[in-house]
Design a protein around this ligand. Structure first.
Ligand code: G4P
Length: 283
């Protein structure tokens, strides 16, 4: 897995790159994680993309609670945003992305038509924080048939475009956005869903917080998965999990570190079922 350490220098570089890319495109496809769509969105992107069409794609919807995803989609659309949910890895919802792109760019196409510009393709940039699924979505959208259009001298020097259809071209390198770091809650949500480095929170601390969240909002999941009593305080639950899975140190003591890693892994890979850690009500 790719991981990025964000130092001020990296943030400045990412910002510069996005500003350059924005000059070339009509539409930003911002990817967020359907399990944490608010925490995984970039705080500055709206200002940066002012004047461009914007489509919000809730990715990894296969891992998220479908009711909460529907709730987010409804609410985003009520706020006037274009939004769709996808599972980019399995290419589910990718057709909806294509049509949402066309809807989001209708104004631009009408403006072109009024000026007598015909058949100018819509150009889009896929952007999002690291590990959110940008490359996966680009590959899913591109499929096998799409052709790279190659470098176009002058305006798009060094840039490659992927032609998705006659009317739509995608910049083949995604825009990397930086996460919000200031808020400890956001840090927890992004670490739990693996959009920022584990080291930001130690594994055990992260697992304890996640355990509390899941026990509170998804009762029954932990019992179903591990056959453990529910309602134990988090520390005791990790010890019980270590015992249940025979994760023991020399001498028979519970290896809570390995239990924490197992629990995080099970959540991240969907083995605890479909779980969202945010809701519109702001859990
Ligand atoms: P990035 O370009 O934004 O950095 O993200 P990338 O596409 O590399 O995806 C990051 C990880 O998220 C990958 O897993 C990828 O398979 C996974 N992913 C992307 N979209 C989805 C989705 O809709 N659902 C699920 N469940 N996972 C998704 P990885 O563990 O880094 O690699 P691998 O397991 O695919 O080898």
């Amino acid at each position: 897995m790719k991981q990025l350490q964000w130092y001020p220098g990296h943030m400045a570089k990412a910002l510069r790159q996005i500003k350059e890319d924005l000059k070339l495109i009509d539409l930003v496809v911002e990817l967020v994680d359907a399990r944490v769509p608010l925490a995984s969105s970039n705080p500055d992107i709206r200002q940066l993309t002012n004047g461009k069409a914007h489509l919000c794609v809730l990715n990894k919807a296969d891992l998220a609670d479908p009711d909460r995803t529907d709730e987010f989609l409804r609410s985003f659309r009520e706020q006037g945003m274009y939004a769709v949910a996808v599972d980019a890895r399995e290419k589910k919802g990718v057709t909806a992305v294509r049509s949402a792109v066309q809807d989001a760019c209708r104004e631009k196409r009408e403006r072109d038509a009024r000026r007598g510009i015909k058949n100018r393709p819509v150009r889009a940039l896929v952007a999002g924080i690291p590990n959110i699924g940008k490359s996966t979505l680009i590959n899913s959208l591109a499929g096998k048939k799409s052709a790279k259009t190659g470098n176009k001298p002058g305006v798009t020097k060094g840039k490659q475009w992927i032609r998705l259809s006659k009317g739509l071209e995608l910049l083949d390198s995604p825009g990397i956005l930086w996460p919000k770091f200031e808020d400890a809650r956001v840090g927890f949500l992004l670490a739990a869903t693996l959009s920022i480095r584990d080291e930001i929170l130690p594994t055990e601390e992260l697992a304890l917080e996640l355990y509390q969240e899941i026990a509170a909002h998804y009762p029954g999941r932990i019992r179903e998965k591990y056959g453990m009593e529910e309602g134990l305080p988090a520390e005791e639950a990790l010890q019980a999990l270590a015992q249940a899975r025979n994760l023991l140190k020399k001498g028979g003591e519970s290896d809570t570190m390995r239990a924490a890693a197992l629990f995080l892994d099970d959540f991240r890979s969907g083995k605890l079922g479909r779980i969202s850690l945010e809701s519109m009500a702001g859990v």
